[in-house]
Design a protein around this ligand. Structure first.
Ligand SMILES: [Fe+2]
Length: 114
């Protein structure tokens, strides 16, 4: 399992894995033109999230994906806390050099199911 490579629309983010573990692959954005759907990003470091080791997304390099590696052979649960809610983000393809904005959905808003 792997998320898309994405950003957080300028919001801070903290991630924890109360069950299992996850790998976060970070990327550096060399160039990004969302209107033209073109980008150049390069993989940088990988950090591991466990119950004992939560991770903060670097606000200066906020593009990443999150992976539950097949070879670990275990389930994982992640918890993400954002400084402010956002309902869209930019997703990236390293191979194609493309990016684009996608819509996101809320499970609930103000305590009520959406
Ligand atoms: Fe994320």
């Amino acid at each position: 399992m792997r998320s898309s490579i994405h950003n957080h629309k300028g919001q801070n983010c903290w991630m924890a894995a109360p069950i299992g573990r996850l790998a976060v692959q970070n990327y550096r954005v060399i160039s990004e033109d969302v209107a033209a759907q073109r980008c150049e990003i390069v993989p940088t470091d990988v950090v591991e999230i466990t119950a004992a080791h939560p991770v903060a997304v670097d606000p200066l390099n906020p593009v990443h994906d999150v992976r539950n590696c097949r070879e670990w052979g275990e389930r994982a649960v992640s918890l993400h806390v954002y400084s402010r809610p956002f309902n869209s983000c930019v997703v990236y393809s390293v191979e194609q050099g493309t990016c684009g904005e996608i819509g996101l959905n809320y499970t609930s808003m103000y305590g009520k199911l959406a």
